[in-house]
Design a protein around this ligand. Structure first.
Ligand SMILES: NC(=O)c1ccc[n+]([C@@H]2O[C@H](COP(=O)([O-])OP(=O)(O)OC[C@H]3O[C@@H](n4cnc5c(N)ncnc54)[C@H](O)[C@@H]3O)[C@@H](O)[C@H]2O)c1
Length: 274
């Protein structure tokens, strides 16, 4: 797709892959509508852009539906109708097993990672349809392909993004809007902020975010709905398709046990080893 003068919306643009998307779309001539919950991070991204690039930076929480609708109105008024929406904003899970996790944290992960995608998609879809072309790019994860220990909240949110996006792709099949579902593997960003996920991040989050952003942007507008990209992603994709769940569970336990947070005892009567 030629992005020259197109309005591209990117959520979570203050860090990691969101920042990489912003820089690469700008390089390809797009006008940028960026959002993040972290004002300082968003300013940091804006400061890296060429001053010639048209940028609207909006600080809001993607889990807030009203803020998403206001953002869409602001983008249309100040930059023009959006052509591309990259639903990238996301947070990590609690890094603990389900029995040691807080319900409030689970709800927050769902609100940001899943509801945020739904709100922003719904807010901008009328602009895309009215414009007669465009793309929606929703970021799931390889943890939207498989369920892994200590990441149940995050996996649930990313499977939800997958279900929503696969359904949306069918709904929009006979429209000029292309839909893309991204399953990144381990990417070296700032997502792992918790002590519980430090060992996990050190082992797996290694792919450069710029490479992932370029691969995704190259695919926008093309026929690939599902884009599996980044460290370990293809192996996980094939494992999710080929292995029976009990086998997959054993493989995953063996692979991930060394990096799981050890501070969470099993409920009484449980045993840690198998
Ligand atoms: N890093 C990886 O290995 C990996 C793998 C698979 C999927 N992902 C997904 O990629 C996306 C980007 O993550 P990243 O790795 O670049 O992380 P990151 O933490 O570096 O960047 C995420 C950005 O989203 C912003 N954000 C968080 N909550 C928000 C909210 N409620 N509203 C608006 N902005 C918010 C953060 O402030 C941050 O700037 C996320 O959806 C993440 O789940 C990451």
């Amino acid at each position: 797709m030629d992005f020259t003068d197109r309005v591209v919306v990117i959520t979570g643009a203050g860090s990691g892959m969101g920042r990489s998307y912003a820089l690469e779309f700008a390089r390809r001539g797009a006008r940028l509508a960026l959002c993040d919950i972290d004002a300082t991070a968003l300013e940091g991204t804006a400061a890296l852009l060429d001053p010639q690039v048209a940028v609207l930076a909006d600080v809001h929480d993607v889990a807030d539906q009203g803020a998403g609708l206001a953002f869409a109105d602001r983008v249309a008024a100040e930059l023009g109708p959006a052509s591309v929406v990259v639903n990238n904003a996301g947070i990590e899970g609690c890094g603990r097993p389900t029995w040691a996790s807080e319900p409030a944290h689970h709800d927050r992960v769902m609100a940001v990672n899943y509801s945020g995608v739904v709100h922003t998609t719904r807010a901008f879809l009328p602009q895309l349809l009215a414009g007669g072309s465009g793309a929606i790019v929703n970021v799931s994860s390889v943890f939207g392909l498989i369920g892994v220990p200590n990441h149940a909240d995050y996996c649930a949110s990313k499977f939800a993004v997958r279900g929503f996006t696969e359904a949306l792709a069918v709904e929009l099949l006979h429209t000029p809007i292309s839909v893309h579902l991204i399953h990144p593997g381990g990417v070296a960003t700032n997502i792992a902020r918790r002590e519980e996920t430090r060992a996990f991040a050190g082992k797996y989050l290694v792919s450069p975010p710029d490479e992932v952003a370029c691969t995704v942007i190259d695919a926008i507008g093309g026929a690939r709905t599902r884009i599996v990209v980044g460290h370990g992603s293809r192996k996980i994709w094939f494992a999710s398709r080929l292995l029976p769940l009990p086998v997959l569970a054993r493989v995953l336990w063996r692979e991930m046990a060394p990096v799981l947070h050890r501070g969470s005892a099993l409920p009484s009567g449980g045993r840690v080893s198998r």
